[in-house]
Write a protein that binds this ligand. Structure first.
Ligand SMILES: [Fe+2]
Length: 193
C-alpha cells in the first residue's frame, strides 16, 4: 500500500482515495492492483508479464504505450550503486515513467511546479505514473530490492535529464526522514545513495 509524505507540511496520506485525490492535480494516477496469488516467488519476467497482461494491455490502450518489460534490482545487481545514483538526483524524462511494483519497495520524490515536494512510497501492488517533464527522483528502501513492470512509448524517453538545483539534497527518503513523527512498523529505513 502506497503512502505519501509531504515533508514541508509534516503530513502523511495513507488512504487510497485520498492518495488519488492528492495526486490528481499533478497528473499522477495511482492504482492498487490485486497481487494475491498472481505470481510465484520465483516467477520469470515472462511469467510476470503474462500474469499482469490484462492490466498492462489496458494501460497500453489508454496511454499509447507500445512496450512493457520487467526490471529486477537486488543487492546482487552488478553496478547497483551507480545505477541508483543515476536516479536519486532530481531529473525529468521526455515521456511518462510508469511503474507497477511487483515486489520490493522504493520512494519517488515529486517536485511539482504547482505544489510542495512530496514523497510517494510504493510497494507490491502499487501502480503510479510520473508524468513527462515532472521533476522527480527515486530511492530504494534498505532491502535494495524492487521488481517492476515498466511501460514505454519509446525507451529512449526514459533517459534522465538532470535538474541542477540540488533540491533532492533537502529531502530525506520517506522511510527515514528526521521529521518523521510516527514511525510505522511497515516502514523500512532507506539506503540513500
Ligand atoms: Fe525517473
Amino acid at each position: 500500500m502506497a503512502r505519501i509524505r509531504i515533508q514541508d507540511e509534516n503530513r502523511e496520506i495513507t488512504e487510497t482515495q485520498a492518495i488519488c485525490e492528492f495526486l490528481k492535480p499533478f497528473g499522477i494516477c495511482y492504482e492498487k492492483w490485486d497481487v494475491e496469488g498472481r505470481i510465484g516467488p520465483e516467477a520469470t519476467n515472462e511469467e510476470i508479464l503474462a500474469a499482469y497482461a490484462p492490466e498492462v494491455e489496458r494501460l497500453k490502450q489508454a496511454g499509447g504505450f507500445v512496450t512493457a518489460d520487467v526490471i529486477n534490482v537486488s543487492p546482487e545487481t552488478p553496478g547497483l550503486d551507480v545505477m541508483l545514483a543515476k536516479f536519486s538526483k532530481e531529473h525529468t524524462h521526455s515521456e511518462d515513467e510508469v511503474r507497477f511494483t511487483v515486489r520490493g519497495s522504493g520512494v519517488f520524490h515529486i517536485h511539482p511546479a504547482n505544489g510542495p515536494v512530496f514523497a510517494i512510497q510504493v510497494e507490491s501492488g502499487d501502480l503510479i505514473n510520473v508524468p513527462c517533464g515532472t521533476q522527480h527522483w527515486f530511492d530504494l528502501c534498505n532491502d535494495r530490492t524492487i521488481r517492476c513492470i515498466r511501460l514505454f512509448q519509446d525507451k529512449s524517453g526514459w533517459t534522465p535529464h538532470y535538474v541542477e538545483q540540488g533540491v533532492h539534497e533537502r529531502y530525506s527518503p520517506v522511510c527515514l526522514g528526521p521529521a518523521y513523527v510516527k514511525p510505522a512498523a511497515e516502514f523500512q529505513p532507506v539506503v540513500k545513495v
